[in-house]
Design a protein around this ligand. Structure first.
Ligand SMILES: [Fe+2]
Ligand SMILES: [Fe+2]
Length: 407
C-alpha cells in the first residue's frame, strides 16, 4: 500500500489539518493516511501545550466523528524515549513489525497489511523549504518520499525547494494541490475563535474544558509543567482514554483550586494528575501496593487504587513528596485532619469538568469560594449514594465528615 504519514502537534486540530488529510487522500499518491500527534516535538517541548493524550484522543474522535475513511491515528511516539525526531519516529513506524500490526489493529485486511508498503511524508510546501535543516534529513528520505502540499495563494517556490532537496539529499519529492483553508492552531487559541475547529474536536474541548484560563497553568513552575506533561505520557501505558483524561482533568482543576485557596499549585497539579494512576492495574497488583503504603487500612476493591497509586507514583514515576503521595492515597475516602492539598484533590476528583453523574453546578459554584461548603455538598452526595446502595461508609470518611461539621 501507499501510506501517507502526517505528523503535528494538533493543538488543537483545525479545518486546515482536515483539508490536508482529505486532499492528500484525493491526490492519487496514497491509499491511506496515518496521523501522528506529537509527544515530544523538538521545537516546542513542554511550551504551553496540552499534554499529548488530549491531542491524541481529540484527533481520534475527530477522524471518527467526521467519518474520514482510510485515516488512522498512531501512538507510535509514546514508545520513544526522549525527543521524537521525525527520523526516529519513521524508523519505527515504517518497520515491518510495527506497520503490519498497526494496520491489522485498524481493521485493514491481513493480506493488505502484510504487503510491501511505500511511505510518504505529508507536509506543507513552506516546511519543504526548511526540510534540509531538520534532524537527519537524509535518513528521513530513506524511509519516505516527501509529499508537499501547495495551498491556494502559496508563494513558496515549491519546485525550487523540491529540486534543492533532490539535489542535496537525493530524495524523492511529490507535489499535490491543497484545497486549503487558512488557519493555525496558535491563531485559534490566541483569538479564542474555535469556529475553524471541527465539530467533534469542539465537543471534546468543551467536555474537558480545555484552552481555558485553567489549562494555561499560570503560576506553575516549569519543572511541574514538565512533570505534568511527562506523567501523562507515563500513564498512557496504564490507563484507558476516559480514565486518563479524567485524572489529567483533576490535575488542571486541582491547580486552579490551589490558586483560589492558597495552596501549592505545583503540588496540586501533580497530585491531581496522578491520583488515579493505579486504577487500572490488575487487582492483585493494587492489593499488594496498597498494603505496602497503608497496611490494612483499605480493603474494599474500589479503594485499593488510592494507596496503590501513591506507591506506584513514587516507585515508577519518582514522586517523593509525602504531601503529594498522601493526597493521592486519601482521594477516595478523605480522612480526619485533612490537609488543604488533600481536600483539593478529593474535591477536584468529584467535580472535574468531564464528570456528569449528576448536576454538579451547585458544587462547582461553591468550590470557587468556599472549599468546606463544597466538600460538605460532595460528602453528603457520597453518603446518599452509599446509603442507597446499602454500603458502609469508610471510617475515615466519617472522620472527614465530622471535621467538616457534618453529623
Ligand atoms: Fe480514584
Ligand atoms: Fe478519580
Amino acid at each position: 500500500m501507499r501510506i501517507g504519514i502526517y505528523g503535528g502537534s494538533f493543538d488543537p486540530v483545525h479545518d486546515g489539518h482536515i483539508a490536508m488529510i482529505n486532499s492528500a487522500l484525493k491526490s492519487g499518491f496514497i491509499d491511506l493516511v496515518i496521523v501522528i500527534p506529537s509527544v515530544r516535538n523538538n521545537f516546542k517541548l513542554y511550551a504551553n501545550k496540552l499534554p499529548p493524550p488530549y491531542r491524541f484522543y481529540m484527533m481520534q474522535e475527530t477522524i471518527e466523528g467526521l467519518g474520514i475513511k482510510n485515516c488512522f491515528v498512531s501512538d507510535v511516539e509514546y514508545g520513544i524515549d526522549g525527543v521524537s525526531y521525525t527520523a526516529v519516529v519513521l524508523k519505527k513506524l515504517t518497520s515491518e513489525e510495527y506497520i503490519t500490526d498497526f494496520l491489522i489493529k485498524n481493521d485493514v485486511k491481513k493480506k493488505k497489511a502484510e504487503e510491501h508498503h511505500e511511505f510518504f511524508w505529508i507536509m506543507g510546501s513552506d516546511t519543504l523549504g526548511t526540510f534540509e535543516t531538520w534532524y537527519n534529513p537524509g535518513e528521513i528520505l530513506n524511509y519516505v518520499t516527501l509529499l508537499a502540499a501547495v495551498r491556494p495563494g502559496d508563494t513558496t517556490d515549491v519546485d525550487k525547494a523540491a529540486a534543492s532537496v533532490k539535489k542535496n539529499l537525493g530524495g524523492k519529492v511529490e507535489i499535490f494541490r491543497l484545497k486549503g483553508i487558512d488557519c493555525s492552531s496558535s491563531g485559534i487559541t490566541t483569538s479564542g475563535d474555535f469556529s475553524k475547529v471541527p465539530e467533534p474536536a469542539r465537543e471534546f474541548i468543551k467536555r474537558h474544558a480545555l484552552y481555558t484560563e485553567n489549562t494555561k497553568l499560570l503560576g506553575v513552575s516549569d519543572e511541574a509543567r514538565k512533570q505534568f506533561y511527562e506523567s501523562s505520557v507515563w500513564m498512557y501505558k496504564y490507563l484507558g482514554a476516559k480514565r486518563l483524561l479524567h485524572t489529567l482533568n483533576v490535575g488542571y482543576l486541582s491547580a486552579h483550586l490551589a490558586d483560589v485557596f492558597g495552596c501549592d499549585k505545583d503540588k496540586a497539579l501533580i497530585a491531581g494528575a496522578l491520583h488515579d494512576c493505579a486504577k487500572e492495574l490488575p487487582l492483585e497488583k493494587q492489593t499488594e501496593l496498597a498494603k505496602e503504603y497503608s497496611g490494612d487500612l483499605f480493603t474494599e476493591k474500589k479503594l485499593l487504587h488510592s494507596p496503590a497509586g501513591a506507591i506506584f507514583a513514587k516507585r515508577e514515576f519518582g514522586i517523593e513528596d509525602k504531601e503529594i503521595l498522601d493526597a493521592i492515597c486519601y482521594h477516595t475516602t478523605g480522612r480526619g485532619d485533612m490537609t488543604l492539598l488533600e481536600k483539593i484533590v478529593y474535591l477536584a476528583d468529584k467535580i472535574e469538568p468531564s464528570r456528569n453523574y449528576t448536576d454538579l453546578t451547585p458544587i462547582r459554584t461553591a468550590a470557587e469560594s468556599d472549599l468546606d461548603s463544597a466538600m460538605r455538598m460532595t460528602a453528603s452526595a457520597v453518603r446518599d449514594k452509599f446509603v442507597s446502595q446499602g454500603r458502609d461508609i469508610h471510617p475515615m470518611t466519617l472522620l472527614m465528615m465530622r471535621d467538616l461539621g457534618m453529623e
